[in-house]
Design a protein around this ligand. Structure first.
Ligand code: GLC
Ligand code: CA
Length: 553
């Protein structure tokens, strides 16, 4: 297996709107990021991934871009960006940009031209079709944010495709001019000195030309093969690799909804010349009767089955990302751990142990290193996210489900949980802004904040810092071969890693109960690499306490 810097890197995701506000307007910005680079350096991460900072009307918080080469005014200027980039580089931090090219904003110049007439030179930049008749869209595809994926446009009496909101028309990747525009734009950013791209829903850029009807579900993986892993997806990524990516020493990660381990070997194979790694969702896609809106926890054996399969199948063949949460997911500790005050820190550390000891590049979503929790929503008026707002409308206001039934589900999974401001200290608005934040601060900021945690050597923050440092010192964490143990246990997540003659054992108690565990013979008396509480590993028989986690080597 090739050794590369991006396999060894720990990535920290910044959601700029909620990270740090520098000018009191309540919106996080680029200068705010620059002001916190020392904190990130101290944590020890290698790469910063910035969610979109480009010009955007913000229908989907920047994932609807109206100019790929301009900075969103609320976030600052290009000069602020250049300064941030150079300050990051001074500290040895790399910067990866979000690349959102499945769609643009409907306010992008290309789309404003495209919709003018069927003859316009930009017409074919987007996907236009006649309706089945005046009132029926070309097919039954649903948008990931609810409703039809087609929007009727009066100017030319045709429909355009939008797999997300109607303000996010899909680009037509079959048009070579579109590919050239995108590749030129990427080259422009690379020449500026950025260190890579996180590619938004990149598995969706190629669509089946004849666009047949498909099953309508709320999960976009299910549209496959019509618009996920479409017919030319690998061709286009190889072309992108040849024309742009291979010319720079950069990191690329493809957000690939619906990907399987087989497909990942193509998207992010050791020598398939597409992307460096995939970002896949199987382990966070537990669905219930209301689709993704579900408050149930995974059964541990199911969760392990998925994560173990990704570990084993990709070994030596392809590279994966490791994450529990991001800007589209609820907070890790609330979802996979236990955010009751008694167990919050322990379970956050347990989850971090479990993930960082696996193979893949770990991603830390802002605030995860503090053990930040889901937000205690009181009413639907508190939602800012288009997905939550539409879902509440579609399921509840339509009368399909009662508020009582749906409320625990939507609050458990709303993307807004991850989007509340980073809690920096215990001053007003958690030190995020001197003004009124665009989205409410979680009221638990007095107890959970960066200032308190950086000062406390036993904090979740210091535990993450230690895990990151361990990765630098122990190549086994990056390159070791993974082997699952105790696959049938509903309580414990246990696995080993092996590199040459070194072997490591990870043991995590996912419950709030005491569980007995006998250490495999070869690890009895070995030394402890990291643990979230003390225990005596010279004994074979142990009683693990709630959320206990340790690593022996
Ligand atoms: C990705 C992004 C998400 C966005 C969507 C549309 O899934 O992570 O935030 O809403 O793509 O761009
Ligand atoms: Ca601001």
């Amino acid at each position: 297996m090739n050794r590369t810097w991006w396999k060894e890197a720990v990535i920290y995701q910044i959601y700029p709107r909620s990270f740090m506000d520098s000018n009191g307007d309540g919106i996080g910005d680029i200068k705010g990021i620059t002001s916190r680079l020392d904190y990130l350096k101290y944590l020890g991460v290698d790469v910063l991934w910035l969610s979109p900072i480009y010009q955007s009307p913000n229908d989907d918080n920047g994932y609807d871009i109206s100019d790929y080469q301009a900075i969103m005014e609320e976030f600052g200027t290009m000069a602020d960006f250049d300064e941030m980039l150079s300050e990051a580089h001074k500290r040895g931090l790399r910067v990866v940009m979000d690349l959102v090219v499945n769609h643009t904003s409907d306010e992008h110049r290309w789309f404003m031209e495209s919709r003018k007439s069927t003859e316009n030179e930009y017409r074919d930049y987007y996907i236009w079709r006649e309706g089945k008749d005046a009132k029926t869209p070309p097919n039954n595809w649903g948008s990931c944010f609810g409703g039809s994926a087609w929007q009727y446009d009066e100017q030319t009496a045709m429909y355009y495709l939008h797999l997300f909101s109607r303000k996010q028309p899909d680009l037509n990747w079959d048009n070579p001019k579109v590919r050239k525009e995108v590749f030129d734009m990427m080259t422009w950013w690379c020449d500026k000195g950025i260190d890579g791209f996180r590619m938004d829903v990149i598995s969706m850029i190629s669509k089946t030309k004849d666009m047949p009807d498909g099953p309508i579900t709320d999960f976009y993986g299910d549209y496959s093969p019509y618009c996920v892993h479409g017919p030319n997806i690998h061709k286009y990524l190889q072309e992108m690799n040849e024309k742009v990516l291979s010319r720079y020493d950069i990191m690329t990660v493809g957000e690939t909804p619906g990907v399987t381990t087989e497909l990942a070997k193509q998207y992010a194979g050791e020598d398939t010349h597409e992307l460096n790694m995939v970002f896949q969702f199987e382990h966070v896609d537990n669905h219930g009767k209301y689709g993704k809106w579900d408050a149930q926890k995974w059964q541990l054996t199911k969760l392990k089955q998925i994560l173990n399969r990704w570990q084993v199948d990709l070994y030596g063949k392809a590279w994966n990302s490791l994450f529990w949460d991001n800007h589209d997911q609820p907070r890790a500790v609330s979802r996979f751990g236990d955010d009751r005050p008694r167990y919050r820190e322990l379970s956050a550390k347990m989850l971090a142990t479990c993930l960082h000891m696996m193979q893949g590049s770990p991603y830390i979503y802002q605030g995860e290193e503090l053990g930040m929790t889901n937000y205690p929503f009181q009413s639907p008026e508190e939602f800012h996210d288009i997905e939550s707002i539409n879902a509440y409308q579609e399921w509840c206001l339509s009368g399909e489900v009662s508020h009582e039934d749906f409320w625990p589900c939507i609050t458990a999974r709303s993307r807004d949980n991850a989007r509340t401001p980073v809690q920096w200290d215990d001053s007003a608005q958690a030190g995020f802004t001197t003004g009124t934040p665009w989205i409410a601060v979680n009221p638990n900021y007095k107890e959970i904040n960066a200032k308190a945690e950086t000062e406390d050597p036993d904090s979740v923050f210091h535990y993450y810092k230690k895990l990151i440092a361990l990765r630098k010192a122990n190549p086994i964490m990056v390159y070791g071969k993974y082997e699952p143990l105790m696959e049938d246990s509903e309580e414990l997540f246990v696995y080993t890693r092996t590199l040459d003659d070194v072997k490591l054992l990870t043991v995590c108690n996912f419950t709030d109960r005491r569980i007995s565990f006998s250490i495999p013979e070869e690890f009895v008396g070995k030394s402890c690499l990291i643990a979230n509480m003390e225990n005596d590993y010279s004994k074979k028989e142990l009683t693990l306490r709630p959320y206990e986690a340790f690593v022996l080597i």
